[in-house]
Ligand binder design. Sequence first.
Ligand code: HEM
Length: 499
Amino acid sequence: MELLLLPVLLAVFACALGGLYLLGAFRRRRPGEPPLDKGLVPWLGHVLEFRRDTAKFLQRMKEKHGDIFTVQMGGFYFTFLMDPMSFGAIVKEARGKLDFSKFAMQLVKRVFGYVSIKDEHKFLQSSSNKHLMGDGLVVMTQAMMPNLQNLMLHSIGQADGQKTWKEDGLFNYCYSIVFRAGYFVEKAKEIDRVASEKLFYEFRKYDKLFPNLAYGVLPPREKMEAERLKRLFWNKLSVENINKRENISGWIWDQQQFEEEKGMEKYMQDRHMFLLLWASQGNTGPAAFWLLLYLMKHPEAMSAIQKEVDQLLMANGQAVKPGGPLINLTRDMLLHTPVLDSAVEETLRLTAAPVLTRAVVENMTLKMADGREYKLRQGDRVSLFPYTAVQLDPEVHPDPLTFKYDRFLTPEGTRKTDFYKDGKKLKYYSMPWGAGVSICPGRFFAVNELKQFVFLMLAYFEFELKDPKEEVPSINTKRWGFGTMQPTRDVQFRYKLRF
Ligand code: HEM
């Protein structure tokens, strides 16, 4: 009997040790490693506080530990680097040591049910270079113009030529128009406003569930709803359905061809389409909302950009007239809007807040800009949160919570790119698009889209807040880390035709 008891006791002891190990009880800071903060809850560590408000939590950790620290979250150890001078060490590190794809693939599988294939990321980058930048962007800009204008002018009932005020929720208005205009670029020549409005409505439902879905903490009922929505979009965006359309963007077409050639199953291709729809449409609409709201709250910004818009139209021999032709805003014209460019950059500084994460593939040493060195452990993760680390740093951007439309303008009126910390020029002073291998491939298209929308708003409409005293709503803290932030509530505004 006693003979039997010993192995049982040993097994229990081993299990208990293993359990404690998994719960992180034995993890200690080794010499040369960043400060370690495991939090009070075993295994979970700080994950609840992180999810509640990432920016607040990281600010607290920064004040406690300085510009580099390791925190435990849900069984993983994340080292956060908060010194923007040292970002290059992470962003430019070779893939052999810091890997982006592993982490991203897990997330994408959980949220979109999509399993990517070899070389796909490389292909996405090259097809984005072709279609979402340079010459490809000229084609995309042209495709967006009629869509945007049709939606904007239709919503005010331009046909009856009346100049009456129309009221709407600004967030809903911006997101809906930018989403639907972009969706047509992907899909159809014919504008089906009703159908696209319904689709936007469903998209918003998924969009709202997204943060909890990404963290894997949806309650059962919402999980079922997320499943329903996924299936709806897989079907709407299925290869079969898309191939029936004529006017698919080259970006989508190339992606599909690549997957077809690689023998990817059709159902998986459909899932990828939904992922691309979300990536391409989930951030620009909310960014357009913040930009228009800031303009309405800052009349000096509004009039500076209005002046730029009117002058550019005049210089190109165009004018908005009742019943006149649509504006032909070319890619070339959009290259000559330094004031609007600065306002876009300022909006993104204040409202785009991704977390950039890489898996540490092998033990390595991180060299900070000031010469300090830290050891990173294989199996851990390393992350940047530029929003707290640099975008809101008062030394880099004085008065950081205030929208200053000309923050990114030089006195000569060109793009300002020199920002300093500790007297040294920063390379990474705002990072709405992420950086390095995972940088947003749609960033030029996104800026272009935003500028087109705001340009047209200013060209066609007069617009103002319903209540001019209304404060800018606060940011919904549940969405930190995924791109453009959303407001906690909508804001009513009104608009009418200028001419
Ligand atoms: C204001 C608008 C936008 C913002 C702030 C934004 C931001 C971002 C960020 C932060 C990432 C991830 C970076 C990382 O993981 O390190 C990303 C990825 C991505 N974005 Fe954007 N984005 C915007 C608009 C767009 C548009 C319009 C498109 C396409 C037309 C697009 C396509 C993508 C794709 C495909 C990815 C995944 C890239 C990959 O797997 O490496 N984005 N975006």
